[in-house]
Write a new protein. Structure first.
Lengths: 308, 502
């Protein structure tokens, strides 16, 4: 019994890392008032770039960096269109996903089936020896350890520093932030770019660590899950951990039921659950009285222009 | 007189082909209050936004202490000491006062320092604020104080106020004027945009009047020589009637009666409790209160947009409970909502179409009644445009292309043409200039001859000019109903609005 739980726990963490990283990134972007639906596209491009860089150089650090930078580069397209040209953020984000998927599919064709760099799990000394919890949390890929740190770090920056204050101000009320002397365009561009870096990083986890190798379908909708998770965890990077773990847990349960051929809940229902839960949380959050403190940034999706 | 702190010369600003400001020259001095007077659309706010760095002028120059300056952003203007309190407060509602001030102060002050500076500045000018409160918890008067403290923290010595009293209660207005006088004695230059003449006469040391994008006169205020009537004539360009002539009409039968009516607004956050009143034909019954005291929920429940929780409504002879009322037919009721741009009309549709919207049954034709008589619709629209002197090229113009005053006239005329028994007007003149306000007031008084009018507003002057009986709403309760002819009681209205009952 305990073994099963540890097994499910390990798989749950493993399956949640990409969603967690992408969710943190999208939270940063949306806190700045920009909706970027291109997460799926940025992830797949990050996955390809990470794999390709690893394949070409054999250097895992370069591979990770290339993955993140590719996501960041793609996000700058979104920044250009939504901030400079003030295009519709929803349409632009969707286009970004389609562009990313198409681009990766096309450019990655020669790499299908090749073996590249593999970033293996390693046990953290001492911590991994904690019974059960150590096995679940500290015998993971370095990406997971990175995500453990980046979530709280993002939270700290967002709520405890001046940079975070500026970011939230721009997302809540761009006109007021502008009147207070904040450079709205620059802040939003950085928020989009950082979100892109996170998405690219998330993608590279898939191709370098989770299932090493390149396959054009490897993100499998995790970018969309991340966007749902942003709402699920009400734009709080600390809660992103729980959201991602929920997704990972459901994925792990699917594996577990398959492996043991116990079929309590059909896999389709498990796949649906993250979305259903997100809708449920959204309803709860928006109907509660403390709405102003927890719900979406007020200026989310609204382009800013001073002379209008 | 000394060199002016601010000297504008030849400022012009165009939006497309529309000249918002044309060749404006203006001097502003330290230690004086400069009133900038003009109707809506005269270009006051645009001019001040140019001075505050929000807009770029197309022509002309700005000199600060005799040195020519060019501001490309509000931040730059602030750095040079020019700060503006906009009509829509530039505060982030989901953040605390301290967070808002820290944001504005940028790198000038640190967190620990900030609290001390806030309380020092606040004390110096009598601007009490709680630094830990969230902005959404604050009243409009308190938010304004936060805005002023923000500018003072940044050492602004030119403070621009865009219609600062529009959202304040009478009590808050008095407090605000005291602050302004303190700022004046601290040698700050104050520019004060308004279209309220009493305020100008009470406070201003200098007066500039704008009309159609130009400054038509700029003068020192001499209170003995300038009268309200003269100012109004200069501002509007013709004589205006500032006091409406209200005929005595004996009240007729009761049109609307509420009994223990309770409920909440759309968001479910602000409640109204146990409201009792009646509106009779031939009278204007006013509900006055500062925004957010439950009146908007009350009005939407009366209009049937939301459902009240409990109570009883009698309308035109029939009685309903709260639940039935929301679904009851309301053909004899007309409603002019507060949000004229969204609730009152469909912006992208034409004037004629908007005119037909609330009486669409009139325009059905054909055997199946599925088709619409567009011809008739267009004719009626055109007639309304002419009759109410709506400034539009034709009835085919979109509603959103109209100015606030003209749009309000469209909505008002539409509702009047339905010949209602009860006419509900919610904040009918909010944000409108003198001449539009005057026309709307006249229309409401005329409407009273045939129907009962329920006027819901926050504007004390409007209530005193129009209404026959006044109900004051505070914190969701109707505190008292006062007869407008009772001169002993009428002075209590302002106090009741602030919740003072004794």
């Amino acid at each position: 019994m305990m073994e099963d739980i540890v097994f499910i726990g390990q798989i749950a963490i493993k399956s949640s890392v990409a969603v967690l990283l992408a969710t943190i990134g999208e939270i940063i972007t949306e806190r700045g008032g920009v909706l970027n639906l291109g997460v799926e596209g940025m992830m797949i491009v990050g996955a390809l770039a990470g794999f390709a860089a690893g394949f070409a150089t054999g250097n895992p650090y370069l591979a990770i960096a290339a993955g993140a930078m590719a996501g960041g580069a793609l996000s700058l397209i979104h920044a250009f269109f939504t901030i400079k040209l003030r295009s519709n953020q929803v349409l632009c984000g969707l286009a970004l996903t389609i562009l990313g998927l198409g681009l990766a599919n096309f450019l990655g064709r020669p790499l299908i089936g090749e073996a590249g760099v593999r970033i293996r799990a390693f046990a953290v000394p001492y911590l991994s020896e904690i019974p059960y919890l150590g096995e679940i949390f500290f015998q993971q890929s370095p990406y997971a350890y990175g995500a453990y740190i980046l979530g709280p770090l993002a939270w700290y920056v967002m709520f405890k520093t001046r940079a975070g204050l500026v970011l939230r101000a721009v997302g809540e009320d761009a006109a007021a932030a502008d009147a207070a002397g904040v450079n709205v365009a620059a802040t939003r561009t950085i928020a989009i770019w950082v979100g892109g870096l996170f998405s690219g990083l998330a993608g590279s986890y898939l191709s370098l660590s989770y299932t090493p190798g390149w396959k054009e379908t490897m993100t499998g909708g995790q970018g969309w899950i991340a966007i749902a998770m942003v709402i699920f965890c009400t734009w709080n990077p600390l809660r992103a951990f729980w959201g991602a773990l929920l997704f990972g847990g459901l994925t792990a349960l699917q594996f577990f039921f398959q492996a043991t051929s116990i079929d309590i809940i059909p896999a389709y229902v498990l796949k649906m659950l993250p979305y259903l839960l997100t809708i449920g949380v959204l309803v709860l959050v928006t109907s509660s009285g403390k709405r102003r403190r927890s719900a979406s940034p007020a200026d989310l999706g609204v382009p800013f222009s001073r002379e209008s | 007189m000394t060199t002016p702190v601010i000297s504008l010369s030849g400022i012009s600003k165009y939006f497309g082909t529309l000249a918002a400001n044309r060749d404006i020259h203006l001097n502003v001095h330290g230690g004086r209050i400069h009133a900038l007077l003009g109707e809506n659309g005269a270009g006051k706010s645009t001019l001040m936004s140019v001075l505050a760095g929000r807009y770029q002028p197309d022509d002309g120059s700005i000199a600060l202490h005799g040195r020519e300056m060019r501001f490309t952003s509000p931040a730059q203007a602030l750095e040079s000491g020019i700060g503006m309190v906009y009509q829509r407060f530039m505060l982030i509602e989901s953040m605390t006062v301290t967070e808002n001030l820290l944001l504005a102060a940028q790198k000038k002050i640190g967190g620990s320092n900030c609290r001390r500076l806030i309380s020092e500045t606040a004390e110096q000018y009598g601007l009490a604020i709680d630094p830990d409160k969230y902005v959404y918890e604050l009243s409009m008067g308190e938010r304004q104080r936060v805005e002023i403290v923000k500018l003072l923290l940044l050492d602004a010595d030119v403070l621009i106020f865009d219609e600062p009293t529009a959202v304040l209660t009478p009590v808050e207005i008095d407090a605000f004027f005291t602050v302004l006088k303190k700022l004046r004695s601290a040698d700050k230059a104050i520019i004060f945009i308004t279209h309220k003449l009493e305020e100008v006469l009470e406070l201003a040391d200098d007066i500039s009047i704008m009309r159609k994008g130009r400054v038509i006169i700029s003068t020192e205020a001499d209170r003995k020589q300038i009268s309200k009537r003269q100012l109004a004539r200069l501002m509007v360009g013709r004589d205006v009637v500032l006091r409406v002539n209200k005929e005595e009409i004996p009240p007729g039968e009761t049109v609307l009666r509420l009994r223990n009516f309770s409920g909440a607004d759309v968001h479910g956050t602000t409640r109204f409790e146990n409201i009792d009143f009646e509106v009779r034909r031939g009278e204007i019954f006013a509900i006055i209160g500062v925004a957010g005291n439950g009146q908007s929920g009350l009005v939407s429940a009366i209009a049937g947009l939301t459902r009240a929780d409990s109570g009883e409504v009698s309308f035109a002879g029939s009685t309903f409970n709260a639940r039935e009322w929301a679904k009851a037919p309301k053909d004899d009721m007309a409603y002019v909502p507060e949000d004229r741009y969204h609730t009152g009309c469909v912006g992208s549709m034409s004037i004629a179409e908007n005119f037909a919207l609330t009486q669409i049954g009139k325009y059905r034709k054909g055997a199946t009644k599925l088709a619409l008589d567009w011809q008739k619709m267009s004719e009626d629209g055109t007639r309304a445009v002419e009759e109410f002197k709506i400034k539009a090229q034709s009835a085919q113009d979109t509603a959103q292309s109209l100015s606030g005053g003209n749009l309000q006239k469209v909505i008002l005329s539409r509702e009047l043409s339905r010949n209602p028994k009860l006419f509900i007007a919610e904040q009918p003149t909010q944000g409108l200039d003198i001449s539009a306000t005057e026309e709307i007031w006249q229309a409401l008084l005329k409407c009273r001859e045939r129907a009962g009018v329920l006027l819901v507003t926050g504007d004390l002057k409007e209530v005193l000019s129009l209404s026959d009986r006044i109900g004051v709403i505070f914190n969701g309760r109707l505190l008292d109903i006062i007869d407008a002819t009772d001169s002993d009681q009428i002075g209590r209205v302002g106090l009741l609005m602030a919740g003072v009952t004794s």
